[in-house]
Write a protein that binds this ligand. Structure first.
Ligand code: ATP
Ligand code: MG
Length: 549
């Protein structure tokens, strides 16, 4: 799928009319958490657009707020980007521009466009005014340029405690756009920065740092989500007043939201910290590492994102569309081994004790190119509990029941004759007989079975754990709509069911993808070992919704 949206049109016109010679974009994550699928929209938009225009994209860590940043997240982001298939032209760090950014702050002070303020953060907010009322000038606003230079130097040298002073742009305290009411450019934080150590105790704010970083790098189109819309005027002000050689422009697009999915880093971090999930890579998390562990592929994520389109409004997309993208991606390429979730044992009473036979089984019925493999059959096999009822309920029941004959796929017809129960009264064993005449591949057509069901041979079966998921969040209802998201968590979001898989999966590795008959798409989890294979269900086989065209 090729990228096509309103920003592409802008870029094409800019190239055609000679406003830019080349398209250069950047993806600017703050390294304070792992990336989520909302970020995938920003990544794919930046990289695909630049690529379609013959341009380039930088990865730039927006690491100017040292309080929450960490090397673990830097590494995670680099890994996720590569996994999605994107190679940045450069990897830059906002903090590497601290010196140059500082010099631009000095320039603004010298031009009388910035001042050191003594107001506290609360006072600054109070002085800011509201949408209907203008703000008030700070008593520090008319300091001389010399005094401002001296105080800013002292701020940098560590003479003041956190929050004691700020550097602010001198714009207009009555501006209709509140962002223009003397925004803070620098604040004091005495802290160790993950790359700069103790070199700095003043840190530039996003609104000041970001446009300068874009300009230093020669970014032509600075793409961001819609909430920065009313910061654009300030972005342009800083680029102009700082006399930047290069003039980048900001363009906004709508954020991606997904139904029943928490999409803010802050909340994802809360889930991890409160141990509501096993980590950022819990398969229920909308993080890229979580989706990867769950079994989503880079191409499914990419086609999902491109399929959602891009406009200047935020959108909420049904979670099932991502599942549908995965199904389309894997349908013809995933092998379809036999796996039995929630098994019942079937003993084929008339089959010889020590005998074992092997049958040929296509790897993917819809794609012959994937070849075939051998599956074994012997006296005891497992079938799914939900493939059996004692009494056939109606004509529609096309599975096993007492007195009824079905084909075990690729093997024989079997007929269920009696059952054994466990102490709770559940069926524990089905006794059956097979008909040797009905061997698969012999063209036997004297009678029709009451359906085809899959099985795993007990002699060669490998124990398996299947992890099944529901959305982390419950559907919104009248009762829960005002609850905090932590109280709207779905208690059934994680379920574990045991069973068996066929022996061909004995060497399966983390991230192998499969389609298990009737049960869905699954992916091998890193918790697997020699005795127990663990599979995460990526999604079911059928969509529960209809895409409206
Ligand atoms: P969050 O709101 O989850 O904390 P953020 O916007 O603070 O995310 P950043 O690391 O600053 O996260 O984001 C990097 C880029 O990704 C930004 O350009 C941001 O606009 C974009 N982005 C983040 N979330 C989404 C989303 N849901 N849809 C589209 N773009 C997004
Ligand atoms: Mg942000």
């Amino acid at each position: 799928m090729e990228i096509n949206n309103f920003i592409k049109t802008i870029m094409e016109n800019d190239l055609k009319e000679g406003r830019v010679n080349e398209i250069i974009t950047r993806f600017p994550p703050e390294p304070n958490a792992y990336l989520h699928i909302g970020h995938a929209r920003a990544i794919i938009t930046n990289f695909e657009l630049a690529d379609a225009m013959g341009g380039k994209t930088n990865l730039r860590f927006d690491d100017t707020n040292p309080v929450k940043e960490d090397q673990e997240f830097v590494d995670g982001i680099i890994y996720d980007l590569a996994w999605l298939g994107y190679k940045p032209e450069n990897i830059f760090y906002g903090s590497d521009y601290f010196e140059k950014t500082y010099e631009k702050a000095i320039l603004l002070i010298k031009k009388g466009l910035a001042y050191v303020d003594d107001l506290s953060q609360e006072e600054i907010s109070k002085y800011r005014g509201t949408l209907n009322e203008p703000g008030k000038n700070s008593p520090s606003r008319d300091r001389s340029i010399e005094e401002n230079l001296r105080l800013f130097e002292e701020m940098k040298e560590g003479k003041y405690a956190d929050g004691k002073k700020t550097l602010r742009a001198k714009i207009d305290m009555a501006h209709p756009n509140i962002n223009m009411r003397d925004p803070v450019m620098y604040r004091i934080i005495h802290i160790n920065h993950h790359r700069q150590g103790n070199k700095w105790c003043i840190f530039p704010m996003y609104d000041f740092a970001h446009p300068l970083q874009d300009a230093f790098e020669g970014i032509t189109h600075s793409l961001c989500s819609l909430e920065y819309d009313n910061h654009r005027i300030l972005y342009d002000w800083f680029v102009e007043k700082c006399e930047m050689e290069h003039t980048p422009h900001q363009y906004e697009f709508g954020r991606l939201n997904i139904t029943n999915t928490i999409m803010s880093k802050r909340y994802l971090r809360q889930l991890v910290d409160a141990k509501k999930v096993s980590g950022y890579d819990d398969p229920r998390m909308p993080t890229l590492c979580g989706l990867r562990r769950r079994g989503f592929t880079p191409s499914s994520i990419k086609s999902f994102i491109l399929g959602t389109g891009l406009s200047r409004v935020n959108s909420t997309v049904p979670a099932d569309e991502l599942d549908e993208a995965l199904r389309n991606d894997l349908k013809l390429v995933a092998i379809r081994p036999n796996a039995i979730i929630d098994p019942i044992k079937v003993i084929v009473d008339n089959y010889p004790e020590d005998k074992i036979e092997y049958f040929d089984c296509p790897n993917n019925q819809e794609n012959e190119e994937l070849g075939s493999r051998k599956i074994s059959f012997s006296k005891e096999v497992y079938i799914q509990r939900d493939d059996f009822v004692e009494e056939k309920p109606n004509k529609k029941w096309k599975r096993l029941a007492l007195g009824v004959e079905v084909r075990l796929m690729h093997a024989y017809f079997i007929k269920a004759n009696s059952v054994e129960y466990d102490k709770d009264g559940n069926v524990s064993v089905i006794h059956a007989t097979y008909d040797p005449e009905t061997k698969s591949g012999t063209g036997f057509d004297a009678r029709k079975p009451n359906g085809n069901i899959h099985y795993v041979d007990a002699k060669t079966a490998i124990k398996a754990e299947f992890r099944l998921f529901e959305p982390l969040m419950l559907d919104e209802t009248e009762e829960n709509k005002d609850l905090d998201f932590m109280e709207r968590l779905n208690p059934n979001s994680y379920q574990v069911v045991n069973g068996y898989v066929e022996e061909s999966l004995k060497d399966t590795k983390e991230f192998d993808h499969f389609q298990f008959i009737r049960n869905g798409y699954f992916c091998t989890d890193k918790d697997s070992n020699d005795d127990l294979k663990v599979f995460n269900r990526t999604c079911s086989l059928k969509s529960s919704f209809k895409i409206e065209k």
